[in-house]
Write a protein that binds this ligand. Structure first.
Ligand code: ZN
Length: 171
């Protein structure tokens, strides 16, 4: 297991359509383990293989129960509702933008051994499934936004949502 380097916007790896995984071998297991380690170190909620320079359809997502889910050859089979909120990406460090996504998403995928399963998520997890699956087709969330949020806009958003900002709760 190892921490891999996360490529950032501008790298052509992030613009390519990834190929399906066809061999559920040690190489895939190493990739998934590395994705999990790299995600943990980066303190993110999701990471896709192309973000570490591997053009294969594999992602890891931390769901709202704090479980790390490995999704190989994933596809969204159902979605409903709508949510609009700030979204960021480990490949676009230090920035975020407002993106509208479905509020509830169901995904069908294979596990590391090739077994098909289904999983679902709402709110942040649904957003994360949509975001990570887009990476597999060479797309970034920035295609959905007209500008990156300023710190002030982000602070306003959280204030409107009723969150106390850290600076305020510390005082
Ligand atoms: Zn991303």
């Amino acid at each position: 297991m190892a921490i891999r380097t996360i490529v950032t916007m501008g790298d052509e790896m992030l613009t390519k359509k990834c190929r399906p995984v066809t061999e559920f071998n040690q190489r895939l297991h190493d990739l998934l383990d590395d994705l999990k380690d790299t995600l943990a170190q980066a303190q993110g909620v999701g990471l896709a293989a192309p973000q570490v320079g591997i053009l294969r359809r594999a992602v890891v997502v931390i769901n709202d129960e704090d479980e790390v889910i490995e999704l190989v050859n994933p596809e969204i089979i159902f979605s409903e509702g709508e949510q609009t909120g700030p979204e960021g990406c480990l490949s676009v460090p230090g920035k975020c933008g407002m993106v509208t996504r479905p509020d509830h998403v169901r995904v069908r995928a294979q596990d590391r051994y090739g077994n098909w399963f289904e999983t679902e998520g709402t709110e942040l997890t649904a957003r994360c499934f949509c975001h990570e699956l887009e990476h597999l087709d060479g797309h970034l969330y920035v295609e959905h936004i007209d500008h990156f949020l300023t710190e002030e806009e982000l602070a306003d958003y959280y204030r409107q949502q009723g969150y106390e900002l850290e600076e305020e709760s510390e005082s």
